[in-house]
Ligand binder design. Structure first.
Ligand code: 5GP
Length: 189
């Protein structure tokens, strides 16, 4: 998506050698018109797949997932984050390692909202090492729902998560793929 790449190029800030901040429209301030456009683009890539639910993870995936859900005319679920000290009834849960925070958290989705009758599109803002996406796939598998694929706004190709999941046969559509980046220079793949 050309407009997205241009916005990343002009407004993105690279922190260290692996974190990209796009706080001006996606990760802090949200630009509704542009996020709706991103949602429509993601929805278009998966049209005809009979999607019944969009699934994401709190917090920064929610805006984009909501935009994709609106474009597809389906409900949106966001997995909640927390620590599972005890097994929670009627919840699907999966651990996810955060490289940015360097800790494990658990994510939860109520079995009430995701069932074996669903066809699911996973949506997230970033794909890096694939931990978050892998945990969401795990949740979909627990529910018995059909996984259609994943729609990602920005994939950092050089962190390898997308490659691993695609090799397992998963369909992943990313609107911007970053092959390399450092301060002041972002290259798309
Ligand atoms: P992964 O689990 O693929 O390593 O990382 C994906 C998750 O971490 C996303 O849900 C996203 O919120 C966060 N994330 C990973 N890399 C970045 C980044 O460069 N910038 C921002 N803003 N979030 C990131």
């Amino acid at each position: 998506m050309e407009e997205l790449k241009q916005r990343i190029q002009t407004e993105g800030r690279v922190i260290g050698d692996s974190i990209l901040k796009v706080d001006s429209f996606l990760n802090h301030q949200i630009e509704p018109e542009f996020i709706l456009k991103i949602g429509r683009e993601l929805a278009d890539r998966f049209r005809g797949e009979n999607i019944t639910k969009v699934l994401t993870i709190e917090a920064s995936g929610i805006a984009v997932a909501m935009a994709a859900g609106l474009a597809l005319g389906v409900k949106v679920i966001f997995a909640k984050k927390g620590h599972a000290s005890t097994q929670i009834e009627n919840m699907y849960t999966a651990p996810v390692y955060s490289f940015t925070r360097q800790e494990y958290v658990d994510i939860f989705v109520s079995a009430k909202y995701l069932t074996s009758r669903d066809s699911v599109l996973i949506v997230d803002d970033f794909l890096a090492h694939g931990q978050a996406l892998g945990a969401l796939v795990n949740i979909v598998e627990q529910s018995g729902a059909h996984l259609v694929g994943a729609g990602i706004v920005i994939e950092k190709q050089f962190q390898g998560g997308g490659k691993v999941l695609r090799e397992k046969g998963m369909r992943i559509e990313s609107l911007a793929m970053i092959s390399r980046m450092r301060e002041g220079k972002i290259e798309f793949g």
